[in-house]
Design a binder for this molecule. Structure first.
Ligand code: DP6
Length: 336
């Protein structure tokens, strides 16, 4: 039996659309910061048949996703001439993340699952690199690849391999460790209701938006600006490029057919108020939104008290206080 723990990440340059949906090979690079909470723990043990347990009842489609992930995991491991010790497993997922609120729960879950499969291999003295484990995570959820690694992480997909449909042609790499820049992410969730359309659906529909082609052209420039901003510790530069990319993603989602409207009136109000706070009091804070109404307020150490005060003053919202951290880990070694 092995247990691994992981967490969400928040993307500054967002993954939206695949060049290969089955293998979750993203159409573009993306870049995020790995968060210290809320945590997800996954325990995996050999079993007679495949099963997944979690606090909430999983639909057959959700169970199928874990099964498919194991299938792809085996294909990738065989390409490395490795294999997991047995055929079937029982997975137990313990999550502190409210599902489907744009807080990257699939990223935390599949990065923990990938790390746990890697732990099973360690029982056979096979040690995968972080990049290899990021591929395992990506096969379950694209953004999960980034949560394997700590700090500031790029999911590189365009420069890595000449064989663009190869299973290993998108990997996560660290841009800078967590210690490089102690940023916080104060997360405001206006609603804990499950969203109607998951990001998997959004990825499928991305190409139906008339804005998507332009997005694909802009991402390499944004990705580079974001890397430069992080390496140079330039918060204003990070703020500008992250907000530009977030609005662009939501423009693509809204103009897809059918239209995907993840943002609500509360989201728009909060982003307006944050902009006013930043301008009036020179608070180093940026906002960004994934596939849901949740607003992430990323800020510097100096700004965090003001940002927390702002977040907790929001009526009827759930607030998570998170910080950059060092990435997924095994929490329980296999017993002999
Ligand atoms: C908007 O990784 O959740 O959060 O591979 O279908 O699980 P699946 O998609 P997912 O997509 C993330 C979309 C995003 C942007 C991001 O995190 O990069």
């Amino acid at each position: 039996m092995v247990t691994a723990l992981s967490t969400p990440n928040i993307a500054f340059i967002k993954y939206w659309g695949n060049r290969n949906a089955e293998l979750r090979l993203p159409a573009t690079d993306s870049l995020s910061m790995t968060l210290d909470s809320p945590t997800v723990e996954v325990t995996i043990e050999p079993a007679d048949r495949f099963s997944v347990q979690s606090q909430k009842e999983l639909s057959p489609k959700e169970v199928e996703r874990f099964k498919k992930h194991l299938e792809l995991t085996n294909i990738y491991l065989h390409s490395l001439h490795y294999s997991l010790p047995t055929t079937n497993y029982s997975l137990t997922v313990r999550s502190k993340i409210p599902p489907a609120i744009g807080l990257a729960s699939s990223a935390a879950v599949f990065s923990a699952v990938a790390k746990a499969y890697a732990a099973l291999l360690e029982e056979q003295d096979i040690r995968l690199t972080d990049e290899q484990v990021s591929i395992l995570a990506r096969l379950g959820s694209g953004s999960a690849a980034r949560s394997i690694i700590g700090g500031f992480v790029a999911l590189q997909t365009t420069h890595y391999s000449l064989q663009t449909d190869a299973i290993d042609s998108a990997i996560a790499v660290q841009i800078a460790p967590a210690s490089h820049w102690p940023l916080h992410d104060i997360v405001i969730c206006p609603s804990l209701q499950e969203k109607e359309h998951g990001s998997t659906e959004g990825h499928h529909l991305a190409h139906t938006s008339p804005h998507y082609a332009e997005r694909l052209l802009q991402i390499p420039r944004r990705q580079q600006e974001c890397i430069d901003a992080i390496l140079g510790g330039d918060f204003e530069k990070l703020q500008k490029v992250a907000e530009e990319d977030a609005w662009d993603l939501h423009q693509v989602a809204k103009t897809s057919t059918p239209s995907l409207q993840y943002l609500t009136e509360d989201t728009h109000r909060i982003t307006r108020e944050v902009t006013a706070l930043r301008e009036a009091e020179h608070v180093a804070v940026l906002y960004t939104m994934d596939a849901g109404p949740t607003v992430h307020l990323v800020c510097t150490e100096d700004a965090v008290d003001a940002v927390k005060e702002f977040a907790h003053a929001q009526k009827d919202c759930t607030v998570f206080e998170t910080k950059v951290w060092s990435g997924a880990r095994m929490v329980e070694a296999a017993h002999a």
